[in-house]
Design a protein around this ligand. Structure first.
Ligand code: HEM
Length: 404
């Protein structure tokens, strides 16, 4: 079978599940050529993805978690600085500790009522129209609001930042020349403004906390703050959005499952949300680099070689999930790996779950007879999976009148 896990075309309508299956069955640790690079090992079985992600002693997150190494000009721009996502313990542990408390179960639960209110407002904005772009008007709204709330920014700005995230996650070949770099530059320019604002007027938010935090007795440099800022905006934006949008497609394609969910939404939503996370897996891969000669499932790996974990494939592995190609909203247990695993396991997972529940609860209880119009347009990316536009039609309803 022809395998090309680099081309965004391969991901043009979602994960390439047939290719993943072939790889799991025939070449679970597969050497993948790279036209402009040395090549990489594609790891596709659940057990191997799970082990590689946990084993930071053998598999490093440095210099990057993207398949392509950063271009030299970018390395020069940031010098020794990098995002926490691209650090290894113990440095990673110290940086993660700085923001950990904002992402605990309790902190996420405290945001719950506000997210419920936001979800009501988001649906209010479209409910009378009877049609909308589910991605732009509903799914994308929630994460942009949430990141703005967390960081203490105006809501409108959250939306602008989220648009930049979308550009950053689009494959460079699908963008006008320099658009990706321009989006990163804009994000940093905005972050620089946040630094000035929060230093002048400290507040009870994550941005202020980061600016006041210390690692090894030293406050974060501006650039360290900016890299945190980029990571938080970036990681929490279109991941959650894509889960909601591809999750809605999955639900509409399986009317019996949707009916089962709707008939007892309150108690069935948690299991259904976990199954949608498994089914949709918004983050396609994370890369590691072998620190020393080692092996994965008997395949020798040389020091310095790239190892890429495919989460969407791991989540369809029949060695781990019974009937993995069936969407079963009641699935239990459901140890999916959509949030990764090990030291870098998604820090925002509790917040993401509350966001997802808030939006699905509102959409499924208030929007009736939802149907997809036309063909969803997928984000051209080999890194993040989900539709960019999803036109839907539904029976017009009434606004709730609940405004903040
Ligand atoms: C459905 C939504 C989401 C998915 C599928 C997702 C998935 C992931 C994955 C796969 C990783 C890497 C894990 C690994 O390497 O093992 C990650 C890391 C991360 N995520 Fe999420 N994420 C989501 C939402 C969020 C949200 C809402 C936030 C913040 C508000 C967030 C913040 C982070 C951060 C900060 C990291 C880096 C953690 C570290 O390096 O220690 N994520 N996420």
């Amino acid at each position: 079978m022809k395998i090309d896990l680099l081309s965004p075309q391969t991901f043009a309508t979602g994960h390439p599940f047939a290719e993943y299956r072939w790889l799991r069955d025939h070449a679970p640790v597969h050497w993948h050529e790279e036209p402009n690079g040395p090549g990489f090992w594609a790891v596709t079985r659940y057990a191997d993805v799970h082990d590689v992600d946990r084993n930071h002693a053998a598999f490093s997150s440095e210099p990057t978690i993207m398949i392509q190494d950063p271009p030299p000009e970018q390395q020069a721009q940031f010098g020794p600085y990098k995002m926490m996502l691209m650090m290894d313990p113990p440095q990673h542990t110290a940086y993660r500790k700085l923001i950990r408390s904002a992402f605990t179960h309790d902190s996420a639960d405290a945001l719950g009522p506000r997210m419920g209110q936001l979800a009501t407002e988001i649906v209010d904005k479209v409910i009378e129209r009877g049609e909308c772009d589910f991605v732009q008007d509903i799914a994308g709204e929630m994460p942009s609001y949430v990141i703005a709330e967390l960081m203490g920014l105006p809501r409108e700005d959250g939306r602008e930042l989220y648009k930049l995230t979308e550009i950053i996650h689009t494959a460079p070949e699908a963008l006008p020349e320099g658009a990706g770099a321009a989006a990163v530059a804009k994000m940093f320019e905005y972050g620089q403004g946040v630094i000035s604002e929060k230093r002048a007027r400290p507040a009870n938010d994550l941005a202020t906390r980061l600016l006041q935090a210390e690692v090894d007795g030293k406050r974060l440099d501006d650039i360290e703050f900016l890299l945190f800022f980029l990571l938080l905006v970036d990681a929490g934006g279109d991941t959650t959005r894509n889960l909601l949008a591809s999750g809605l497609i999955a639900l509409l394609e399986k009317p019996p499952e949707l009916a089962w969910l709707k008939s007892d939404l309150a108690s069935r939503l948690p299991a259904a949300r976990e199954e949608l996370l498994r089914w949709c897996t918004p983050v396609v891969y994370m890369r590691r680099t072998a620190r020393h000669d080692t092996s994965i499932a008997g395949q020798p790996i040389k020091q310095g070689q790239k190892v890429v974990m495919y989460f969407g494939s791991a989540n369809r592995d029949s060695a781990h999930f019974e009937q993995p190609d069936h969407l079963r909203l009641s699935r239990a247990p459901n140890e999916h790996i959509a949030f990764g695993n090990g030291p870098h396991v998604c820090l925002g997972q509790h917040i993401a779950r509350i966001e997802i529940d808030a939006v699905l609860r509102e959409v499924l209880s208030r929007m009736e007879r939802v149907e997809i119009v036309g063909v969803p347009e997928w984000l051209p990316s080999n890194f993040i999976s989900g539709p960019k536009h999803l036109s839907i039609r539904f029976k017009p309803g009434k606004i709730s009148g609940r405004q903040s």
